[in-house]
Design a protein around this ligand. Structure first.
Ligand code: PBG
Ligand code: ZN
Length: 327
């Protein structure tokens, strides 16, 4: 059947009909809010390239997360910015480090909050690479035990979900084994499986002071030109025991999100990264786009593409709108 019997516009005629036939909705309980933790007390320092985002000391982080929970966002993912960096990223797996202390404080004061811990070395290494560097090369197999140790320390502090973002081969397997051997078999792993070597991470690297001191991350993060390779990465991480898989960045990789969702029947996470956030904030600040509408359209598109979960710096902004939905 076709026009004039079929008229597609009938289902678009009123807000009520449009709501009735709407296929996709985002809700605050699908969002994960990323937060940066620093040493000190009473610290809440704005991050210039990410308006609305801050560096928090542990005490201030707890206040922030109370607000996040009140908005209906139940998940946060923590990134640590340590006082000391060294070649092996020791402050990343120090049990007295900033992230384990933050996890413990959050789980104590806000038991309803689900705390994710990003696991990587780049925030903690003096050279800014995601692994152990030898002769200017990131050594995969020497990095694995350090990542696994970080995961163990975060799990011991109370982390609910461990999210390795390093892109070393075999890290999910290494982390799963160490978690299970230490009584943390209930702690989930969300693997950054298809993580691309992207220029969209610029503001994050400024925020985390984690830009590589030499070279780039192309020998471990994926080539933006590749799609089949993402499927292989996801398959391997699932084989190694990942409970959820991530595609990162999100906006320029929605085709990958859809392929992963179609190919594997597992929870898919999309990371709406710092550069994607900064672009919308900057254009909106100039009056060139409508902030709230572009933000919601962007998040909705990620969900429609197949993302069950979205990690986004917009989580609070979006949740505020979702509390008072528009027709
Ligand atoms: C560290 C890490 C990065 C991001 C999350 N974890 C940056 C990188 O790989 O350099 C990027 C997040 C963002 O841009 O919002 N491995
Ligand atoms: Zn890293």
């Amino acid at each position: 059947m076709t026009y004039p019997i079929v008229r597609m516009r009938r289902n678009r005629r009123t807000p009520q009909i449009r709501a009735l036939v709407r296929e996709t909705r985002i809700s605050a309980d699908k969002l994960v809010y990323p937060l940066f933790v620093v040493e000190g007390h009473g610290v809440k320092t704005p991050i210039a390239s990410m308006p609305g985002c801050f560096h928090f000391s542990v005490d201030m982080l707890v206040n922030e997360c109370r607000e996040v929970l009140a908005l209906g966002v139940n998940h946060v993912i923590l990134f640590g910015i340590p006082a000391q960096k060294d070649a092996f990223g020791k402050s990343g797996y120090d049990e007295h480090g900033v992230v384990p202390r933050a996890i413990a404080a959050l789980k104590r004061d806000l038991p309803g909050l689900c705390v994710w811990a990003d696991v990587c070395l780049c925030e903690y290494t003096s050279h800014g690479h995601c692994g152990v560097v030898e002769n200017q090369v990131v050594n995969n197999d020497k990095t694995l035990p350090l990542l696994a140790e970080a995961a163990r320390v975060y799990a011991a502090a109370g982390a609910d979900i461990i999210a390795p973002s390093d892109m070393m081969d075999g890290r999910v397997d290494a982390i799963r084994a160490v978690l299970d051997d230490n009584g943390f078999s209930d702690v989930a792993i969300c693997a950054y499986s298809a993580k691309y070597a992207s220029a969209y991470y610029g503001p994050f690297r400024e925020a985390a002071c984690s830009a590589p001191g030499f070279g780039d991350r192309k020998s471990y993060q994926m080539d933006p030109a590749n799609s089949d390779e993402a499927i292989r990465e996801v398959a391997l991480d699932l084989d190694e025991g990942a409970d959820m898989v991530m595609v990162k960045p999100a906006l320029a990789y929605l085709d990958i999100v859809r392929r992963v969702k179609d190919e594997f029947m597992v929870p898919v996470v999309a990371y709406n990264v710092s550069g994607e956030y900064a672009m919308i904030k900057a254009a909106a600040a100039n009056g060139w786009i409508d902030h709230d509408k572009v933000m919601m359209e962007t998040l909705l598109s990620m969900h429609r593409a197949g993302a069950d979960v979205i990690i986004t710096y917009f989580a609070k902004d979006a949740a505020r709108l979702l509390v008072a939905p528009r027709a």
